[in-house]
Ligand binder design. Structure first.
Ligand code: SF4
Length: 496
């Protein structure tokens, strides 16, 4: 497929750069294309990520690449020479956030170079290129070239704005990333792309075809992350459940996990979203058989009504989903299942919505992510009707969110009085704690003196827990007695 280069909204040819060979491969062959440029003072770059865990992983890799290229990294709210926004385009809201960040970057330094990469420009390069204040544009491929292109642009070279459409046989783009010492949780992307084309979803257009990182490389990266001292690794992908089907020889997520859980030193492995149809018997067996795999699964339901599921092009109905949950809960103790729900899909009548509410309640999810339907250009659902009026969509969102809060609270309550391991990740600002704790929150325990540190961590079920402690326990796992807290977190007492 021919590459497309966008320059200020116009499509132009670029015959200098051969983009058909991935940068990682060129680099492995010692043929990096970007000339090495030196600056008297390292330029400052600020990066911001929108969207999913896959995007977060990619920004981390980019951060390292910028550092390697001689940039100094600063926070996004600081004055920088370069602002890079790694975007998401799953909803209109996500696009709007990207536009706000572009404006914010411009305000922070009107002379800065503002670069935009990721799903939004990949899907709609013309619109993003035409936004005032965007100097450099890239899609979801060839990210390793970005620091070099930014450098050349800073040196005054004209750089075409570029987005490359995906080939059906595009390989997995490996982003070299060295885990930093002394941190708690890392994301590792082992899969990209999706071939499902659910009727509402723009992701296959943004991320290209399904492709996987070969297992040897995935396991080697996992080993590096463990050796760097990370306590938890989140395996991510766009369609993670189909990991390996594109490889030669093909493999599966279950086989990858069977090897991963035996890596010495692995403490916690968390799986990002898995589609309902992707749970095979071996996958359920490896999750239930390993203490290291977290007892939290995110399984997108999207609607609890069979008619709507069918128009969404989902590959299951509510009966299938019900049986899946039954099997998972029968095999995996203390399992938390969270989900995504779309409300106001075209043609969703009150009866469909009531079915959805009732089914969501029956499923007893630990957490809901509710999305009002947002038509995305290029998807089948964008042309479907009849549209649900926006006031109705808002009302349905409110009802679904309220149900989600009640379900989260009920799930939390099942853990009151239990002692479970918590991995501590951060120290919480006590001002934040005062703001979040409702008046009705019961006191932790009467003590003469409150230990000075307020720490926050996660249980295996992704329950957020806050405890007071004398010592900084970040990066440590401790048994914690769980007590009522707020809808956002439980309080806890560290066992003596
Ligand atoms: S499985 Fe469906 S919802 Fe998920 S990324 Fe693919 S097309 Fe989108």
């Amino acid at each position: 497929m021919d590459e497309v280069i966008y320059n200020h909204g116009k499509q132009v040819a670029n015959d200098e750069d051969d983009l058909s060979v991935p940068e990682a491969q060129r680099r492995a062959e010692g043929k990096t294309m970007e000339p090495s440029l030196c600056f008297a003072v390292p330029p400052k770059v600020a990066l911001h990520t929108l969207g999913c865990k896959v995007n977060y992983f990619e920004t981390e890799a980019l951060r390292e690449e910028f550092r390697r290229e001689g940039f100094s990294l600063v926070e996004f709210d600081d004055y920088a020479d370069v602002y890079l926004i790694n975007t998401c385009t799953v909803t209109h809201q996500a696009d709007r956030k990207a536009r706000q960040l572009i404006r914010r970057a411009r305000r922070l330094n009107p002379q800065a170079l503002v670069a935009v990469c990721g799903c939004y420009p990949q899907v709609d390069p013309g619109t993003v290129a035409a936004l005032p204040g965007v100097d450099l544009l890239a899609g979801t491929a060839e990210r390793l070239r970005l620091p070099g292109l930014v450098k050349r642009k800073l040196q005054g070279e004209e750089i075409d704005r570029q987005v490359k459409p995906y080939d059906p046989g595009a390989p997995f783009e490996w982003l070299p990333w060295t885990p930093e010492q002394g941190r708690t949780r890392a994301f590792l992307k082992i899969q990209d792309g999706c071939d499902c084309y659910c009727s509402y979803c723009v992701i296959p257009l943004a991320r290209g075809p399904l492709r996987s990182l070969p297992p040897q490389q995935g396991l080697a990266s996992l080993r590096e992350i463990i050796d760097a001292g990370y306590r938890e690794v989140v395996l991510t992908g766009i369609h993670l459940g189909l990991y390996g089907v594109d490889l030669t020889p093909p493999t599966t997520l279950a086989r990858f996990l069977e090897e991963a859980v035996h890596l010495p030193g692995l403490q916690r492995l968390r799986l990002s979203s898995l589609e309902p149809a992707d749970f095979s018997a071996p996958l359920i067996a490896v999750i239930s058989g390993s203490e290291n795999i977290c007892r939290h699964l995110h399984i997108p339901l999207q609607s609890g009504d069979d008619t709507i599921l069918q128009s969404m092009g989902r590959q299951y109905d509510t009966a299938f989903f019900r049986n899946l949950l039954k099997e998972l809960r029968a095999n995996i103790s203390d399992l938390a299942v969270s989900t995504d729900i779309i409300v106001g899909f075209p043609g969703e009548e009150e009866e469909h919505f009531q079915n959805s509410l009732a089914f969501v309640r029956e499923c007893a999810f630990s957490r809901l992510h509710v999305f009002p339907f947002s038509p995305r250009r290029g998807t089948r659902a964008a042309k479907m009707g009849p549209p649900v009026p926006s006031a109705v969509k808002k009302e349905r969102s409110r009802s679904m969110i309220a149900l989600g809060k009640a379900l989260s609270r009920a799930f939390q309550q099942g853990f009151y009085g239990r002692t479970v391991p918590v991995l501590f990740e951060k120290i919480v600002d006590t001002v934040e704690e005062t703001r979040e704790a409702p008046d009705s929150a019961p006191p932790l325990r009467v003590r003469d003196r409150q230990p000075p540190l307020l720490l926050e961590g996660l249980t295996s079920q992704y329950l957020r827990v806050r405890v007071r402690a004398d010592a900084d326990l970040r990066g440590q796992v401790r048994d914690v007695l769980l007590q009522p807290g707020t809808p956002e977190y439980l309080r806890g007492l560290i066992g003596s």
